[in-house]
Design a protein around this ligand. Structure first.
Ligand code: ADP
Ligand code: MG
Ligand code: MG
Length: 262
């Protein structure tokens, strides 16, 4: 089974230590929930895994099937099959969703492709895009809009899910993909993520890390493991019952149990 392994990871942002020794192993086919109070470092972990340049790894390792992920730049990580749906996706004015997706999909499907080489044939791409948008109950017009430019919070999240559906990553990190969505949209997102996650690439399902404060995304994506982050560390790991405790009871017990972390 393909494995994403994070060991003793320390990450600083602008010289300030944020992550302080994170250990986390995700295998394809597993769903992990990552919970924790605001500011505990959840998005920082995702950004560090993706290779965001503002997030400096000062100690520890990230490995994909034993390969050093830290030696790869952000685009190499995406080509290696790691994907993140961002909490605050960036707009790319002037670039249409469909063109962006065609480039991104080509690069991930053909990791050795050089800039300027052929893209996935238009007809094949269109067919796939239409199929996916249909599954996700999205209007095809959506693909003609500029990436995240003037999108509502909900549209941005849906655009991220569409991107995930097209890229078929090995590992996906979903950072509060439920925030900004109404109840029906969260339900649809939850179902879509589950459906995409079950689609196999090279005989294996996706490994999923879901960062959330709520229950809805997890309804169709029942976590095999739930991790609680506090003060830049994972202080507890449990099963689905831990997620249920946290979204109903909050973090008081956790803060009291780990006063040094908080
Ligand atoms: P969470 O996602 O758990 O709410 P974050 O990872 O976003 O937490 O943030 C953890 C800490 O790191 C916070 O104190 C936040 O202010 C800081 N931080 C994260 N990203 C940046 C950044 N780009 N610049 C400055 N500080 C940051
Ligand atoms: Mg599974
Ligand atoms: Mg966050």
């Amino acid at each position: 089974t393909e494995t994403l392994k994070i060991s003793k990871l320390h990450v600083s942002v602008e010289g300030k230590p944020i992550l302080r020794g994170v250990n986390l192993t995700i295998r394809r086919g597993e769903t992990h929930a990552l919970m924790g109070p605001n500011g505990s470092g959840k998005s920082t972990l995702g950004n560090a895994i993706m290779g965001h340049p503002n997030y400096e790894v000062t100690e520890g390792t990230i490995e994909l099937n034993g390969e050093d992920v830290l030696a790869m730049d952000a685009s190499e990580r995406a080509r290696a099959g790691i994907f993140m749906a961002f909490q605050r996706p960036m707009a790319i004015p002037g670039v249409k969703m469909a063109d962006f997706l065609r480039h991104a999909t080509t690069n991930v499907r053909n990791p050795r492709r050089k800039e300027g080489e052929e893209l996935i044939p238009m007809r094949q791409f269109r067919k796939e895009l239409t199929e996916k948008m249909d599954q996700l109950k999205m209007d095809v017009e959506f693909a003609r809009r500029y990436v995240n430019d003037g999108f509502s919070g909900g549209e941005m999240k849906r655009a991220e899910i569409l991107q995930m559906a097209m890229l078929r990553p090995k590992f996906a990190i979903l950072d509060e993909t439920d925030s900004g969505l109404d109840v029906d949209a969260v339900k649809l997102a939850s179902q879509s993520i589950a459906q995409i996650g079950r689609e196999q690439a090279e005989g294996e399902e996706m490994g999923i890390l879901i960062i959330t404060h709520h229950d809805k995304l997890l309804e169709n994506n029942v976590p095999d493991f739930t991790h609680v982050m506090l003060g830049g560390r994972i202080v507890e790991t449990g099963g689905v019952e831990l997620a249920q405790e946290l979204y109903t009871e909050g973090y008081d017990r956790i803060r009291a149990a780990y006063p040094d972390a908080a």
